[in-house]
Design a protein around this ligand. Structure first.
Ligand SMILES: Cc1cc2nc3c(=O)[nH]c(=O)nc-3n(C[C@H](O)[C@H](O)[C@H](O)COP(=O)(O)OP(=O)(O)OC[C@H]3O[C@@H](n4cnc5c(N)ncnc54)[C@H](O)[C@@H]3O)c2cc1C
Length: 390
């Protein structure tokens, strides 16, 4: 790295000039700001980091709207003129950032991309080893869960709502409806609302981002990776042209070890950024698997092909009931759009799901909490006789 010599080899708490952090007992990482300062990047007028949540501009202040994280970061990367290996490592991290946002950096808001950071949950990550169906099965023990019913129209008035499913005749009449379809489905307008959704809701739906990340699960005869690690990463190939990094860095950069969580010699291979957004759509099932095996082969050699047994490939970007994976704050959007997504319409149409939770968007936790929030809101509405929401 051009300026890497100015960064300390190790950074311990005692050496941290920021007194808030220099009394803890364990070594720690440099903060982004400290790295920028050490590299002399923070002085550059166009390298200012995204403003902290508290000092963010109001959503109505538009100057920072429209500026993407890609615009800022790609410029910095060019300026840093990194040697090849450091560049490959950096692009791995950018792919990881694109994974966190389910979008390529060029689509993400520079001012708002991390607006939920201050609400981040503490503690370890956990995997539901038996899958999310366990939760649906639990819910089905005390309520009706109907499968294979595609909602195509929601009629609502001050008196009732009527939910129409494909080929479902007169529809289902209810006091209220809680809409929890993914933002991608709302964007695609495959559910008709009658009367139509108001402009403020439609505009927020259009502005907020919703993008794909994709996965391949590969099962092997036995593991050939460090089976004690939860995950590992693979860098872009040594011979890749730096100009191609941005489009190719998300091609299977992260691998989750399922041996630890599920007791099987399998890897979940993650793809993000432009690769998941565009390249994925042109690839067949077979070529997706081949590409994941090739990336692994670069690190682990010929045994990868020899030990490979079976695969499962996702296609959330094209699935008509998802049309992506999760929400992000797009360049033209702001964190406030999550609140607009959550606002009820009329007196009987309510909204939940990850894209309605600005504190914990893009997560199963956020989706779950939004359900509790709306349960309370509906309960209050019932008690108040379904007043008009404004
Ligand atoms: C690859 C990947 C990795 C992820 N990793 C994590 C993670 O590590 N941690 C984490 O917390 N979150 C993670 N997430 C995100 C998490 O899965 C989502 O945020 C969460 O599932 C969103 O829940 P939801 O209820 O809003 O939407 P969904 O779970 O998408 O539920 C929406 C439901 O609506 C149904 N639907 C759509 N259209 C219609 C229609 N017309 N009629 C009837 N039903 C319809 C869909 O079939 C679906 O069942 C990940 C997501 C992906 C794709």
């Amino acid at each position: 790295m051009k300026n890497a010599k100015v960064l300390p080899e190790r950074w311990t708490c005692a050496e941290n000039p920021d007194q808030r952090f220099n009394r803890c007992e364990v070594p720690q990482e440099l903060t982004d700001e400290q790295i920028d300062r050490q590299l002399g990047l923070i002085e550059q007028p166009d390298s200012a980091p995204a403003p902290a949540a508290a000092s963010r501009p109001p959503a109505t202040d538009v100057p920072l709207r429209g500026k993407s994280l890609g615009e800022v970061l790609e410029k910095l990367v060019r300026k840093a003129a990194l040697p090849p290996r450091a560049a490959r490592v950096l692009h791995w991290h950018l792919a990881n950032l694109e994974y966190g946002c389910a979008a390529s950096l060029g689509n993400i808001s520079h001012a708002w991309w991390d607006q939920d950071d201050s609400s981040a949950m503490q503690g370890d990550h956990a995997v539901l080893a038996d899958g999310f169906m366990k939760i649906v099965d639990g819910l089905a023990t005390y309520s009706d869960v109907w499968l294979q019913r595609e909602v195509v129209r929601i009629e609502h008035s001050a008196e009732e709502v009527r939910v129409h499913t494909k080929g479902g005749g007169e529809g289902l009449v209810a006091d209220a409806v809680l809409v929890t379809v993914p933002l991608g489905v709302l964007k695609a307008k495959t559910i008709r609302f009658s009367p139509p959704l108001p402009a403020w809701k439609r505009e927020a739906i259009d502005r907020l981002g919703f993008g794909p990340i994709e996965k391949v699960v590969l099962l092997f005869e036995r593991s050939f990776w460090d089976s004690e690690s939860d995950f590992f990463g693979c860098l872009p190939p040594r011979d890749a042209e730096p100009a191609d990094f941005a489009s190719a860095r998300g091609e299977f950069f992260l691998f989750w070890n399922l041996e630890r969580s599920h007791g099987i010699p399998a890897l979940t291979c993650i793809s993000s950024g432009m690769f998941a957004e565009t390249s994925w759509r042109s690839l067949s099932y077979k070529s997706v698997v081949k590409s994941a095996l090739t990336v692994l082969g670069r690190s682990f050699g010929e045994q990868v092909q020899a030990l490979f047994r079976r695969s499962v490939v996702s296609d959330w970007g094209r699935n008509p009931f998802c049309r992506g994976s999760y929400s992000y704050v797009a360049a033209e959007s702001s964190g406030r759009d999550y609140d607009e997504l959550a606002r009820p319409v009329g007196s009987r149409v309510f909204f939940a799901g990850e894209a309605t939770n600005g504190q914990h968007p893009a997560t199963a936790t956020g989706a779950f909490i939004s359900g509790l929030r709306e349960a309370q809101r509906i309960d209050e509405s019932i008690k108040a006789g379904f007043p008009q929401h404004v």
